[in-house]
Structure formats: structure tokens, C-alpha cells
Design a protein. Sequence first.
Length: 322
Amino acid sequence: MPLVTTTEMFKKAYDGGYAVGAFNVNNMEIVQGITEACGELNSPVVLQVSKGARAYANHTYLVKMVEAATINYPDIPIALHLDHGDSFEVCKSCIDGGFTSVMIDASSKSFEDNIALTKQVVEYAHDHGVVVEAELGTLAGVEDEVVVEAGHESYTRPEEVEEFVSRTGCDSLAIAIGTSHGAYKFTPEQCTRNEEGILVPPPLRFDVLKGCIERLPGFPIVLHGSSSVPQEFVKIVNQYGGEMPDAIGIPEEQLREAAKLAVCKINIDSDIRLAMTASIRKHMAENPSHFDPRQYLKPARQAVKDMVAHKIVNVLGSDGKA
Ligand code: G3H
Ligand code: 13P
Ligand code: ZN
């Protein structure tokens, strides 16, 4: 099937108590690893492209690689989504250029300015058959060139969501409930330590999520910053010459709980980066004579596939839902 919007997949996810994974794509191996996992597990998927990805890989290459995936996996619903669009112009360029979904992230602006810009994007997108994700509240972490220090994030205010959605007409809403971008989601000071000395992050604010759901019944909620930064991968990176001290993510069980509620889209990028990098570092250390990129990119692509398969089954619950 051709690229789809997220309308149908979110409706099914909402009713079915699962979430669709939204994975960032930056090159061919990532597109292939993700879609191979989705094909085998019969899972719908959102492939998302950031401003940084477009600058790195080029808009047309990314669109054509994702279109190639729809040809290889004709039975899997695949949406092509702009991640963190920060202006009308970027959103328009993706709407005109083959995307089926865009995010306008005006969450750093005032409530009124966020509404005005989101509404402008929604009008253009809907005229062109494209859906729009908006955001209220700010996450900590790094996304493109925006850095929000841990402790300076602000949770979504449930009392604002109804007005925001009705005035903008957006199709889904990203909210801030304590997730965060990147591989360093919390400072050690924000965490506690368990008996083995492992950092334990503060729990997600399910009260905020439930407050939003009460005010927006049936409406799809999105969680950004939802990598779990599995420690076994951090260990491999560090063992083979990397330096990722105190990297920490969101516990998978909490994301699974959110997926059973109104959270229909869960964004994961850092865990894919981590899986690829751990694989490449290990391969290079163990095979110092290799210089053909296929030798280390093949296992790296497999590592992406394994990570995505794990997310589909253990976090999202989207297996068999294509
Ligand atoms: O939220 C940000 C995503 O992880 C994309 O990251 O802007 O470095 O491509 P990027
Ligand atoms: P992570 O950094 O937790 O993978 O989040 C990715 C994301 O939210 C992309 O928009
Ligand atoms: Zn994000």
C-alpha cells in the first residue's frame, strides 16, 4: 500500500490499547532495519525525519527510501512524518514533498503563539490530506539545536489541552510527562540508586497523562523522548572504547503502561543510535582488518532490527496489528 496518514493507525491503537512506534530514520540501514522488524512482526510504523536528518541525508533520498520500504512491505501501514518541524516553511516543504504527517513543534512559544502557528500548519496540511501533531509542554534534553537542561522542562498543563486542540484542529498532541530527549535523560542528582548502585529515574507523571486523557477522550496522545537506553548496550559502547557515563532512559514498563492508555505514538531514536553504535564499535574492535562498510553495517542493521522488534513486542504491543 502507499504511504498512509496516522489517522487509521492511531484509531486502532487507541481502541486496542497499544501504541505505534515512531522511529527516526537517517540512512538506508536504519530504514531497512526498522521495516524488516515491522514486516516480520506485522506491525504498523511511523518513520520520522527530523530537520537534522533532512540536512544530513537530503529530503528526496529519505522520501525515496521510505517509499522503497512501502514497496518491500506492501501489507504494513507506514506513515512518513516530519519530526519537530519548527516553522510553517519546513512543514510546508514536507507536506508538498510527499510526507503524510508533520509535527509543528511550537512548544517553546507562548500558548497563543503556539496556537497561531499550529493552526496555520493545520490549515495547509488538511487542505493537502496531511495530518498534524502539535506539542504542549516542554521536554528536557537535546533535539536538533534546541537544548533544554534537565530540571528546566515544564509538564503539560491538562487544563490547557482542550482549548489547544479545539482551537488548532491538530490531529494528535505530544505532551510532557517526564520523558526527555537523548541518552542522558536525567542527571544522577535527579535519580535514586537501587541496591546494585544502578541509577533509577523519577517515574513518569501518569497523573498529568490521565488529566489530559480526561479532557480529550478518544484523542491520540504522543510521547517523545521515549528511549529506554538499555544498560547492556551502554556497557558494550563503553567496553569498546566509547564514553557514555551515566546514560539513562525511561523504564520500558512505564512506557508499556502509557501505551495501554491514550498514548498512540511513542518516539524512539536514541535506542536505535545506541544499538547501531554498540554493534559497530564491537565489530571494529573485534575485526581490525575490516574496511568494507558492508562488513560492519550489516550487523549494525541487524542490531536496529532486533532493537525495533524488542520495542514492538515489549513496549508498544503493536505486533500483529498491521
Ligand atoms: O527529537 C529529536 C530526534 O531524536 C531527532 O534527533 O535532530 O539529531 O536528528 P536529530
Ligand atoms: P529519544 O531521544 O528518547 O529516542 O526520543 C526521540 C524523539 O522524541 C524524537 O522526536
Ligand atoms: Zn522528539
